[in-house]
Unconditional design. Structure first.
Length: 166
């Protein structure tokens, strides 16, 4: 069994990720269901009609070069909304983005997402839909586990053999 990410046995950073625990507590103060995310999303009725509720992770990455090191800040999680490409005119109508910004964003097959109330200085971003990342766990979960953390023993050998079969 692997140690919990916050346990003393796991004190070194491996990268940016999300830890999911099997214990689920349904309270309004945590995010345990899409219903809670939908309710906490800014402008939730508009978001549900024109897009998708989301969680936005604001995080900073600092890189020093001499010596080379990477430092990562704790993420700040905020409720947000991703608009479908066909509905970005909602932001144009509220003068939150210009027609030029919409053209530039759509030209790269992107759309807009926002954090905060649309009537009170929201943070609007042009975002890219990454289809590559969305199902990597389902397609090849072994690829996501660092080589040093691979399971050992007969079960691991069987899993490795099964994973190598196309």
């Amino acid at each position: 069994m692997y140690p919990h990410p916050a346990s003393p046995a796991n004190t070194h950073a491996r990268g940016i990720g999300v830890y999911f625990d099997s214990n689920i507590t349904l309270t309004p103060t945590n995010v345990a269901s899409t219903e809670i995310v939908d309710r906490r999303t800014p402008n939730s009725e508009l978001c549900m009609a024109y897009g998708y509720s989301a969680m936005a992770f604001d995080q900073r990455l600092f890189v020093s070069f001499n010596p080379f090191n990477v430092y990562v800040s704790q993420p700040e999680v905020k409720p947000g909304c991703i608009l479908r490409r066909s509905n970005v005119n909602v932001l144009e109508n509220k003068k939150l983005v210009s027609p030029q910004q919409v053209d530039t964003c759509k030209r790269s097959m992107n759309t807009f997402a926002f954090v905060g109330d649309l009537d009170n200085a929201p943070e609007v971003s042009c975002v890219y839909h990454s289809e590559e990342a969305e199902n990597q766990y389902l397609l090849n979960p072994r690829r996501l586990v660092p080589a040093g953390d691979q399971p050992q023993g007969a079960a691991a050998a069987a899993a490795a053999q099964a994973a190598s079969v196309p």
